[in-house]
Design a protein around this ligand. Structure first.
Ligand code: SF4
Ligand code: FES
Length: 329
């Protein structure tokens, strides 16, 4: 059974049981007993559906949570000579993964910063002047490539878009950790293989039925402003993975497709040039797809590009139900 059918029954039970209980109370109060037997059967059936669904939810989350471990952080080295450059001294507590012993260690560095210094600038300074063994990923230094994601003061952030002073907030101290949703590789670098596999799973490309038209294009694929507005806000994704790191479901259920892949499914689903039909929707109609989202909204708050994956997933759910309701009735 498709997940949307299961969810339709679940929501029907959630709304139906209280409604039936109300009717039952009114009939009992009015002394009408003939319909009560049927009502009891209906209420019992609703409660059974509800209990089975709740048990499936709890079981799948427990199993997924048990699969993911948490690394304790032990003490590493201290590099507290910030040199003679100008600026205010800020202490960096960097939790680094050491692949040799599989442990997280906290290294402490002191860096001089001014109001323009970003966390990425500070890490580059540390790497060139204090500790060349510090590993992290970056490329564009301007919030475009999406490769410098890390957890800064507990919040998934882009290191090149976070200034040292805004992160330190007068405390004179910043904590930096690798992203938590991906497997650790070394230092602050994590493995994005699973992230890209999930992205690919939702078929994030424009699909056209006529395969020859890309070789013999006859005209432009024009769109009016309304058609463009349907998907444009979701097309700004730079695949940094911060939304995945912020999502509580991704962090407890590694099988969940997650906000990045699902928001891109919505982006292509809403593009008037796409001719895939319902195939993309059907592929994410599962408990580890759109229905895995519990609408915490942390993904949208973490996104540095203003994409709103949480809303995209709810709109996908609505479209799946619309399709499914059409099939059932
Ligand atoms: S939706 Fe936002 S946070 Fe998520 S990967 Fe794309 S740009 Fe990054
Ligand atoms: S280095 Fe490219 S987004 Fe930060």
């Amino acid at each position: 059974m498709r997940a949307s059918r299961y969810m339709i029954f679940l929501y029907a039970a959630m709304i139906g049981v209280p409604l039936l209980l109300l009717i039952y109370s009114i009939l009992t109060f009015a002394g009408i007993s003939a319909e009560i037997v049927y009502l009891r059967i209906l209420i019992a059936a609703g409660l059974i559906i509800y209990c089975i669904s709740a048990a499936i939810e709890v079981y799948s989350h427990r199993r997924a949570a048990a699969a993911k471990g948490v690394f304790p952080v032990s003490k590493g080295e201290e590099h507290l000579d910030s040199g003679r450059s100008k600026g205010r001294e800020v202490k960096f507590k960097v939790a680094r993964f050491d692949p040799k012993d599989g442990k997280m260690k906290e290294y402490i560095y002191a860096v001089k910063a001014d109001r323009f210094t970003t966390v990425l600038d500070a890490l580059l300074k540390i790497k060139s002047k204090q500790d060349a063994t510090l590993s992290f990923r970056y490329s564009c230094r301007m919030g475009v490539c999406g490769s410098c994601g890390m957890v800064i003061n507990g919040k998934p952030s882009l290191a090149c878009e976070t200034t040292v002073f805004s992160a330190a907030k007068g405390a004179g101290e910043i904590s930096v950790q690798p992203m938590r949703a991906n497997p650790l590789l070394t230092g602050l670098v994590t493995d994005f293989d699973d992230f890209f596999a999930k992205h690919k799973e939702v078929k994030p490309t424009l699909f056209r039925k006529d395969e020859t038209e890309k070789l013999e294009a006859k005209e432009a694929y024009n769109q009016d402003a309304k058609e463009t507005a349907e998907y444009l806000p979701y097309s700004y994704c730079i695949m940094c993975g911060l939304c995945m790191d912020a999502c509580p479901v991704v962090n407890t259920n590694p099988d969940f497709l997650g906000p990045q892949a699902l928001s891109q499914a919505y982006r292509y689903h809403m593009d008037s040039r796409d001719e895939m039909g319902d195939e993309r929707l059907t592929s994410i109609d599962k408990l580890t797809g759109a229905w895995g989202c519990e609408f915490a909204g942390a993904c949208s708050r973490a996104c540095p590009k203003g994409v709103d994956p949480a809303s995209a997933i709810q709109l996908l759910k609505a479209d799946i139900v619309k399709n499914e309701a059409g099939d059932i009735f």
